[in-house]
Design a protein around this ligand. Structure first.
Ligand code: SF4
Length: 243
């Protein structure tokens, strides 16, 4: 289980406080009842958004949060996803969201290893869903961890164009973090976004190949039985004395 680092440290800090640990437990129970993976992903996204509303509705805090559309430093860090979130992202690709497959392949080579990931250049670390204008192409269905990324202070403190995340002060999203841990407890697999995406796409291609082969075999079988039928009919023609 690859729980995102920030959510994990929040969990370690608060797991003995019933007010917080009950959030994780409730999420686990609720997610187990949902069968559809897209619904599961969107359920946890809604929960995270609701908890974030409590945090980000504070006007004083928002005066010190410089995050805005087009500022994409956090989209150059290693983002984690659950299986359900990766499937939801693939659904967007299926529906026309364009991604850079070369970049995806390069980033997925780092697998879940943060050290290898941060050996890539800043440009090479750009999330494959990041548009040229620095906006998220899947904003409504962006992963849970992307929803909790916000910094306090100067935007420049957030720069990730050197060797990974800088010493920025993140806004504490404790309740959302506890909910995220719940989602990671019940998912089949989790890991870095590029790695999970590439893995699922590869598995699906294999499946498509198997399906294509199966349909080819069926077509060949049908052709063979059609030609057998024709052969039998022609034999009957020669046998029939009336013709
Ligand atoms: S999914 Fe969207 S918000 Fe998350 S890292 Fe990628 S571009 Fe950024």
């Amino acid at each position: 289980m690859n729980v995102p680092a920030i959510a994990k440290s929040t969990f370690e800090l608060l797991k003995n406080q019933p007010e917080f640990s009950s959030i994780t437990q409730t999420i686990i129970k609720s997610l187990k009842k949902i069968k559809n993976n897209f619904e599961k992903a969107r359920f946890i996204h809604n929960v995270v958004d609701e908890y974030n509303k409590e945090v980000f509705s504070h006007p004083l805090l928002m005066e010190f949060v410089p995050c805005k559309s087009g500022c994409s430093a956090c989209c150059h860090t290693q983002v984690s996803v659950t299986t359900e979130e990766a499937e939801l992202l693939i659904h967007h690709i299926d529906n026309g969201v364009d991604i850079n497959y070369e970049l995806l392949s390069l980033q997925s080579e780092a697998q879940n290893n943060a050290e290898n990931y941060y050996k890539l250049s800043y440009q090479e670390r750009a999330c494959v869903f990041l548009s040229e204008k620095g906006a998220c192409k899947v904003y409504k269905d962006r992963p849970s961890v992307c929803r909790t990324n916000a910094v306090i202070g100067e935007a420049s403190q957030c720069a990730t164009n050197t060797s990974g995340p800088g010493p920025q002060r993140l806004v504490k999203t404790s309740k959302a973090d506890m909910a995220i841990v719940g989602a990671y407890c019940v998912t089949a697999e989790s890991g870095a976004l590029p790695y999970m995406l590439a893995k699922l796409l590869k598995e699906r291609n294999q499946l498509e190949n198997i399906n294509a082969l199966q349909s080819l075999v069926n077509k060949l079988k049908n052709k063979k039985s059609e030609s057998n039928n024709r052969l039998n009919n022609s034999k009957n023609v020669f046998k029939d004395p009336q013709i």
